[in-house]
Design a protein around this ligand. Structure first.
Ligand code: DUC
Ligand code: ZN
Ligand code: ZN
Length: 469
């Protein structure tokens, strides 16, 4: 068992930033020490973190590794995606196992375990997508919560004919979750109305990628979010977590519910904080396809991004995840040439979330503590992994990031580690740099070198949300 002493750094947590040395024994944190007082400990490894932050490893609770979607499959495997996550300072992902209508939930989960087991560089958990809500899948929810370490289920108000659940199905799943304590994660967009707008746009000859966004208006994200909140109330106060919030209208409904004390939570993703409908999805030619994700990028003429940063400050948005769902431009995004509705939806960002949100700290949009809270501590608490994950404290898993706040990270497809032939943030120059990453005490990344191994990452059995009020 390796003992490691991390010295000279400033430990940043959700509550503060204090010069602290960290003693790691084997896979866990053994002690937090007054700087310079660790000489008595015999250690095999010393990490000099002078001038750097020391943070809990990032927790990305929304990824889709090798997910079959849009007529193809997300291009990162669990192996490549978790390695890329490690490079970016994320040491835990929670991915989505998928059950489709007619499929058995437990068999679907077993398929996802088979994809991930023995392949991951960092630890991983699963949420379950319920693509078919019926008596059998409802019963399976109880089993997954009680025995499989899965305490959150994603439902879709979008994608009719693929993942969509109608309001009755949503209500029934929420009622079940109220009974077993699970959280319902909601993709809140009115998919039925969106499908009409998509057909109308295509019939009018509007086929470019920007129409992906124009046919998914913010009002329909707001409407669906409001409906999900109402259904959760009717279902007895089911914990509701709205995923990938991009629109002010949705955030407003979430903030209102929260002001009433409801267990309504939400995440946003870096793409919605920085990229826009006009400049990215609306890029000339077919270039915009690189930015097609759902919910879509929003207009820079409206205050969505500023509202999202504000929501992160006030905790109306509790988490930043990535919705990492990468598709290569060649062959995959190009399925949508001449028909925007056939562009596989998704961006690849698992490697860059910590840096992109840190840039928000540099720009004055977020405090240092809130960076750690939204990217590590709250996601761990929200999805039942705390204090094993999300905090550097005695007994916690030794998932640590040594982060140089004065370093520079330049994002490029030429240098990133995701299995993706382009980057949504190509050329972005960010202040801050991941220097060293430990996953359960093992150094997996150091100064740009990968030192981890496939299969080091273990399945994390999760409990119920620890963020309810
Ligand atoms: N949105 C995406 O952009 N990709 C995967 C699924 C989703 O809901
Ligand atoms: Zn979604
Ligand atoms: Zn998603």
């Amino acid at each position: 068992m390796t003992r490691t002493l991390v010295t000279g750094g400033t430990l940043v947590s959700a509550t503060g930033a204090t010069p602290t040395d960290v003693l790691v024994d084997g896979e866990t944190v053994a002690a937090l020490l007054v700087p310079g007082t660790g000489a008595e400990f015999a250690v095999e490894q010393r990490i000099d973190a002078t001038g750097c932050y020391v943070l809990p490893g990032g927790v990305d609770v929304h990824t889709h590794m090798e997910m079959p979607f849009g007529g193809t499959q997300a291009s990162d495997t669990f192996e490549s995606g978790t390695r890329a996550a490690a490079f970016g300072g994320t040491t835990t992902i929670v991915d989505f196992a998928v059950q489709r209508t007619g499929e058995d939930v437990e068999e679907s989960l077993a398929r996802w375990h088979a994809k991930a087991e023995g392949n991951c560089a960092v630890d991983y958990g699963f949420h379950m997508i319920l693509g078919g809500v019926d008596e059998t899948s409802l019963k399976a929810m109880d089993t997954l919560v009680a025995h499989e370490g899965i305490s959150s289920f994603k439902l879709f108000m979008a994608y009719p004919g693929v993942f969509h659940s109608d309001d009755g199905q949503i209500l029934r799943a929420m009622q079940r979750a109220t009974g077993n304590g699970a959280t319902i994660m909601m993709h809140a967009e009115n998919g039925t109305a969106i499908d009409v707008l998509v057909q109308q746009a295509l019939a009018a000859g509007n086929t470019d990628p920007v129409w992906h966004g124009l046919t998914r208006p913010a009002a329909l994200e707001g409407e669906a979010t409001n409906r999900a909140i109402a259904l959760a109330e009717v279902a007895g106060g089911t914990p509701l977590y709205v995923v990938h919030v991009s629109a002010s209208q949705a955030l407003e409904r979430i903030a209102h519910a929260r002001s009433q004390g409801r267990n309504v939570f939400a995440e946003t993703c870096p793409q919605y904080l920085y990229l826009t409908l006009e400049d990215h999805l609306g890029a000339p030619g077919f270039e915009g396809a690189k930015y097609a994700c759902s919910t879509p990028l929003r207009s820079k003429r409206e205050p969505h991004a500023a509202d999202l940063w504000k929501g992160l400050r006030t905790d109306d948005l509790a988490v930043v995840s990535t919705d990492h769902c990468p598709f290569c431009f060649n062959d995959q995004k190009q399925l949508g040439v001449g028909d925007f509705s056939k562009i596989p939806n998704g961006l690849g960002l698992v490697e860059h979330r910590m840096d992109l949100v840190h840039q928000g700290v540099v720009d004055g949009n977020l405090s240092l503590q809130r960076w750690v809270e939204t990217c590590a501590t709250t996601p761990a608490r929200m999805f039942g992994m705390y204090p094993r994950k999300g905090v550097v404290a005695p007994g916690s898993d030794a998932d640590l990031v040594v982060y140089d706040p004065h370093g520079t990270t330049t994002i490029s497809a030429a240098t990133h580690h995701m299995n993706l032939d382009h980057s949504a943030f190509e050329g972005a120059r960010l202040t801050g740099q991941v220097r060293t990453v430990l996953s359960r005490g093992r150094t997996v990344v150091d100064r740009g070198q990968y030192l981890g191994t496939k299969g080091h990452g273990r399945y994390v059995r999760r409990g119920l949300s620890q963020y309810l009020r």
